[in-house]
Design a protein around this ligand. Sequence first.
Ligand code: MN
Length: 417
Amino acid sequence: MSDLIRSWVQGANTPETEFPLNNLPYGVFVAADGAPHCGTAIGDMVLDLYALEEASVLGFAGSLQTGSWNAFMALGPTEWARLRQTLTEMLREGSDTQAVVEPHLIPRAGLGLLMPFDVTEYTDFYAGKHHAMNVGTMFRGSENALPPNWLHIPIGYNGRASSVVVAGTDVIRPYGQLKGPNDDAPRFGPSQRFDIELEMGAIVGQPSTGPISVAEAFENIFGYVLLNDWSARDIQAWEYQPLGPFQAKATATTISPWIVTAAALEPFRTSTPEREKPLLDYLTEPGPMLYDIALEVGLAPEGAAETIISRTNYKEMYYSSAQQLAHHTTSGCPMRVGDLLGSGTISGPTRDSRGSLLELSWGGKEPLTLDTGETRSFIEDGDTLTLRGGAQGDGYRIGFGDCFGTLLPAQLVAGLG
Ligand code: MN
């Protein structure tokens, strides 16, 4: 485990900060003139990389003089490493460029954060075994909980890039076709079983046009975000056979405001759990490609204090993002810069480590009691759900910023309300 790299920036050396110099996560913020600027979070501040690029201090072919990280990602891993190295030198204690950099620091508190990159495509996986077992047990019984393909294939579906939103964006309760097991016919109305899924998102930073290996896939991943795959369970239950989720997952997917790079997570690499059945060669991991990242979910009713409803860890995943990406390319499917891969819901082995309300309340049969005394089976209007994640180093912590969203009431549909 590496040590804290000390910085001259205010707030960067405390054990509590999510943004020590070891992190250098990439985001996009609203500059004083209202324009979106690329920046990096450091301690209590954000460094305006757009401005540093404009002033010819950095030299990355203008790729940072934008409001999105896609152009920079397209430059490739050599340039990714060069920017990280350059910023580390500039912000390190005793740096001789402090006077040049300091005017471009902006207090992070209250700063508006935007989508850090343009999501070109979005795929979501189902690669957490505890989650698949829990959901399978609820719907098919414990005998047939795991589908027969599950231990062989990272199962996924093609999602919607258009509804991926940055933390802080409100989510509106969706309408849809609902049909309970005892209903004769479906009806149209607001989802009554709206839920979260605690996931990590991997961001593809290099394009590919044919099958790539797991090792190549690992190198092509630029970084990671926290990801909440909002899910309407009642819409899902009726629509999913035989082609899988569609409208149930299309309302919104919230990501954290900061992309934590694969380079920052390097000291926290860990292996996927032991294989229960050997994987086909093309899916075999050549080394540890998962990360030890502690995760939690908070639920705050409108105007009330938050309760932490789940604590788990990314290392619970059965398949790594590199394995998922390699599998995705086997068909010849081209991957593009800005492709987003959801990991699948990250549940742990215990009740308090489940990554969705569906599991936490066991399909609504065992409602959760919040610290306020209220109970929840699914999300109520006005609830704010927050995902947090952190990799714990020796005296420092690598964080992503809060991945949060508030559920607003369903909006009446003309003629159907
Ligand atoms: Mn999901």
